[in-house]
Write a protein that binds this ligand. Structure first.
Ligand SMILES: Cc1cc2nc3c(=O)[nH]c(=O)nc-3n(C[C@H](O)[C@H](O)[C@H](O)COP(=O)(O)OP(=O)(O)OC[C@H]3O[C@@H](n4cnc5c(N)ncnc54)[C@H](O)[C@@H]3O)c2cc1C
Length: 421
């Protein structure tokens, strides 16, 4: 008898949780990902701002499942599927058959069709993108050291578009990098002239959080030197400027796009119903209509909250809990039991604003901020990081950064510098 074949597309938070939850099931799991590693996205901004190295926040999928015998890994990009014939298609034209399919392909950057975002802005969804941003910023500093009048052209300025957690974290990290590290590395440059501007179309930062948390983030960032622009959108972006909808032009060579996500393009290639942001419509058990053997979880799915109306946020916990839930549904089916409704357990939200300050909000209204919020943020991220080596590396890096105000991760090779020009 061949085993029930479970194919999981995506080794992100959702895909990993599903594969792990199938540990004791009598199934053969194939986990497919375009990269051979899992990315801990919440710490991407620290790679971009030279606080951590890529290896600290990525973990090889084969290593994660070394001891779980019913999981095999297939590296490749999934480009389509024949849902009736129960096969997925990879970019090398191979077809992979399945009995149950879990779609966990996550999200991509949403440019909202704004001119110049694709060409000139730096997104922050992958390790490659975080590194590209980091070397670009370092290259701009090296360029200014050679040609100081580039400062007048905005070479040292960074404009971060989007005042959600990623935008807030990114701008807090960049002002710190400028003031505490690059100002010392480049004594010949007047780093005080470097601007970090955070642009948010809504009337406050961190809109999913309590207004008091938004006000705190605003105050702290402003005190630390971030220029926050609220109630204004991005009109278009050029290589050396961002144009806002109120007519303002901000000279910059570095625009970071942290303004939104859309479901992975794979969602649109499957012929399934989609809703806001391209997310796949799912039933209450997280399967898709007319295909009970296909489940969608995490950022790619439009899972409903317990109120039956609002969509769950595109953050890690819905993906992790969704992954565990669909694994249990596959086991239910194999045992001849009906599937059950997914119920999301909200554990709260967090965003760090920089050294000593983070916001943590818990269900039932409890809130932490300042050093206590920061310590809970640090602890939680260490707990959720995969692998002892990664945890140890991150802890050592954080301790080093904290005690010395230094950042170890700012190498710029000749080739990379040339390519960044
Ligand atoms: C910068 C940043 C900061 C964040 N900070 C936080 C935070 O502080 N807290 C929080 O809870 N959430 C945070 N999030 C959101 C969180 O990371 C996501 O909600 C979560 O990763 C979603 O999990 P997922 O499994 O759905 O998808 P992902 O973790 O994105 O995984 C999707 C996987 O699918 C793979 N893939 C995609 N398409 C294909 C394809 N066609 N073929 C093969 N493989 C494919 C990708 O390579 C990836 O490995 C952050 C996200 C970003 C980008």
């Amino acid at each position: 008898m061949t085993k029930h074949r479970v194919v999981i597309i995506g080794a992100g938070f959702g895909g990993l949780a599903a594969a792990r939850a199938l540990r004791d099931a009598d199934v053969a799991v194939t986990l497919v990902d375009a990269n051979n590693f899992h990315t801990f996205q919440p710490l991407l901004y620290q790679v971009a701002s030279a606080g951590l190295d890529p290896d600290d926040i990525g973990y090889a999928v084969r290593g994660i499942f070394r001891r779980q015998r019913n999981v095999s890994f297939r590296m490749g990009r999934v480009v389509g599927a024949d849902l009736a014939g129960r096969t997925i298609r990879l970019d090398d034209d191979t077809a992979l058959p399945y009995d149950s399919l879990i779609l966990a392909a996550g999200a991509v950057t949403n440019t909202f069709g704004i001119d110049g975002v694709d060409e000139h802005a730096f997104p922050l969804k992958s390790i490659d993108e975080a590194l590209a941003l980091r070397v670009h910023v370092l290259a701009e500093f090296e360029n200014v050291a050679i040609q100081p009048d580039l400062i007048d052209d905005g070479a040292l300025n960074i404009v971060v578009c989007g005042g959600g957690p990623t935008g807030v974290e990114m701008s807090g990290a960049f002002v710190e990098l400028f003031a505490k590290v690059l100002a010392k590395d480049f004594p010949q440059i007047d780093v005080g002239r470097a601007r970090v501007v955070l642009v948010e179309a809504a009337g406050r930062l961190l809109t999913p959080f309590h207004p008091k948390s938004s006000a705190r983030a605003m105050r702290t960032l402003t005190e630390r030197g971030v220029e926050v622009r609220l109630d204004v959108g991005v009109d278009h972006i050029e290589a050396t400027a961002v144009h806002l909808t109120d007519g303002t032009r901000i000279a910059t060579h570095t625009t970071v796009w942290a303004a939104g996500v859309a479901a992975s393009p794979l969602a649109g290639a499957l012929g399934l119903a989609q809703t806001r942001g391209g997310r796949l419509v799912v039933q209450r058990d997280l399967s898709v209509a007319a295909h009970p053997e296909v489940f969608a979880i995490g950022d790619v799915a439009a899972a409903l909250a317990d109120d039956g109306v609002s969509l769950l946020p595109q953050v890690a916990q819905p993906a992790i809990q969704g992954g565990r839930h669909v694994a249990a549904q596959i086991v239910n089916r194999l045992a001849g039991r009906p599937t059950t409704t997914f119920s999301y357990h909200d554990k709260g939200s967090m965003a760090t604003i920089g050294r000593h300050d983070a916001i943590a909000e818990f269900p039932r209204g409890a809130r932490l901020h300042g050093p206590l919020g920061w310590l809970s943020w640090l602890g939680l991220h260490i707990v959720y990081l995969i692998g002892f080596r990664n945890r140890a590396n991150v802890l050592v890096n954080w301790a080093w950064n904290y005690l010395t105000y230094d950042r170890g991760s700012r190498l710029l090779s000749e080739r990379v510098h040339r390519d960044a020009k």
